[in-house]
Design a protein around this ligand. Structure first.
Ligand code: NI
Length: 196
């Protein structure tokens, strides 16, 4: 089943987070990275409509996840915060985006509180939308996510999702990607080249 999903999405890298079973699946390298990115219609954490055009003019770091994620997402976002501190202390050189793969729970209001968490990049934008809008942006960025019911409660669920930080250039073109667990040094080195 997982192999099939990988083929459908043609993922460059496929790394699950947020569940033990998923974490064991590791990564699979497949081509197609150059086709990452594209247009989307979403809302930000103050409920204003945004598209990809709102974030042109600066390089972007984009992470897909969900605010209920216990550790994978916070780890990646704190890493982005550390990169910001190192390369962009005023938060003025790069756009930092968090795009929800759990639009049912990640309303603009809940994202607003989340993106302001300590250690996350200053000025981090939280984007969400309808299920359909989120599916479209996930497809554009070749992001995998899947809702997984939690056994203790029918209403409760977690979301398996890819753990990838995307680096786009000032024109919104894909440059590179990093794992949430990539080092601050590794990420900073690549972005530094883009800022000079
Ligand atoms: Ni997560």
């Amino acid at each position: 089943m997982k192999a099939l999903i990988i083929l459908i999405f043609s993922l460059p890298i496929f790394l699950f987070g947020c569940s033990d079973q998923a974490a064991k699946s590791g990564k699979n390298v497949i081509s197609g990275a150059a086709e990452i990115g594209g247009s989307y219609d979403l809302v930000n954490q103050i409920n204003l409509p945004v598209t990809e055009n709102n974030f042109l003019g600066k390089p972007q770091l984009i992470y897909f996840g969900f605010s209920y994620c216990p550790d994978i997402c916070p780890t990646a976002l704190q890493k982005m915060g550390a990169v910001q501190e190192k390369l962009d202390p005023n938060g003025s050189l790069i756009n930092y985006l968090f795009i929800s793969v759990d639009p049912e729970r990640d309303t603009p209001d809940s994202l607003k509180a989340y993106v302001e968490s300590g250690g996350f990049p200053l000025g981090l934008k939280g984007l969400t939308g309808t299920e359909e809008q989120i599916e479209r942006v996930k497809l554009a960025y070749k992001v995998y996510s899947q809702r997984v019911p939690l056994s203790n409660s029918e209403a409760d669920y977690t979301v398996d999702h890819s753990d990838i930080i995307y680096l786009m250039d000032e024109n919104g073109m894909f440059v590179d990607f990093f794992f949430g667990r990539s080092t601050i040094q590794e990420i900073s080195q690549v972005i530094k080249d883009l800022l000079v």
